[in-house]
Design a protein around this ligand. Sequence first.
Ligand SMILES: C[S@@+](CC[C@H](N)C(=O)[O-])C[C@H]1O[C@@H](n2cnc3c(N)ncnc32)[C@H](O)[C@@H]1O
Length: 256
Amino acid sequence: MKNLRNEFFHRLLIDRGVKKGLRVLDVGCGLGDISIMAAELVGEAGEVVGFDISPEALAAAKKAVEEKCLSKVTFIQADIMELPKNLGVFDLIVGRRVLMYQNNAAQSIGHLLPFLSENGKMIFQESDGIAASFSSPMLPLHAKALNWIWSVVTKEGGNTHIGRQLYQEMKNAGLRISILRAEAILHTCESGSDLGWVAKMMAPRMFKHKVVRAEELEVETLELRLQEELQKSNIPFIRDMAFGICAEAGNGQDKQ
Ligand SMILES: C[S@@+](CC[C@H](N)C(=O)[O-])C[C@H]1O[C@@H](n2cnc3c(N)ncnc32)[C@H](O)[C@@H]1O
C-alpha cells in the first residue's frame, strides 16, 4: 500500500528545500512519523527535537526512532504553550494534525515563534472534512469508518475544519505564507485504505466516547473489509482534504 499518511508532508519538506544540517522542531510529534521523516532529510549533521503532551505517544516515537537507528532525534514531554525556554532556536518548525487540537491555533503558533531562527520556516499540515466521505456510488463501510474517526475528533474538542482555516490562522500569527496547498486524499484499490489502520489506533477512544461498539467495529478484520470494498467497487473514495502551508516569520504578501 502506498504511504498515504506521509506522502503529502514529505513533498512539502522537499519543496521547501529541507536539507542536511538543519535543526527541526516537531510540534505534537505523536508516534514520530514526521520527526523520522525530517531526521532522514537533515541527516547526522542536523538535529530533530519532537515534543508532545502524551507520554504514551512519546514512548512509541522513541521506539520507532531506535528501530531506525537515528541518533540525532530527541523527544521531550511538553505542551505547546509551555515549552522549556532553553530549547534554543530552530531552522524549521513543523507540525501535522496538532493545531486541530488547540483552542486558538494562531496563539499556539505565536508561542512557537520565539523558537524560530531569524530566517526560519514553519510548515503545518492539517485536515479538513471538506468533501470528505465522498464516492459515487457510496462506499458504506468507508463512509462509516471515516465517520467514526471524525466523531472521536469532534467529541475530543478537535476542530474538523482547521484545514480551511490554516491560512488565516498562520497569517494571524504574523507569518508570511510562501506555499499554500490543498489536496484531496483519495483511496483506491491500488493505494489501499489507511482507515482501518487509523481506526485500530483510535479504537479505545471510539469505545470511550461510545462512537461505535466493538461488535460493529470488528477492528481485526476492518482493514481487509475496507480493501475488499474498494476492490469490488473499483472507484476512488475521497477520505478528506489535506491542507499544507509553509511560512516564514514576518508580515507582508505571499512570496515563493
Ligand atoms: C493527531 S496526533 C498527530 C501526531 C503527529 N504530528 C503525526 O502527524 O503523526 C496529535 C498529537 O498532538 C499532540 N498534542 C495535542 N495538543 C498538544 C499540545 N498542546 N502540546 C503538545 N502536543 C499536543 C497529541 O498528544 C497527539 O500526539
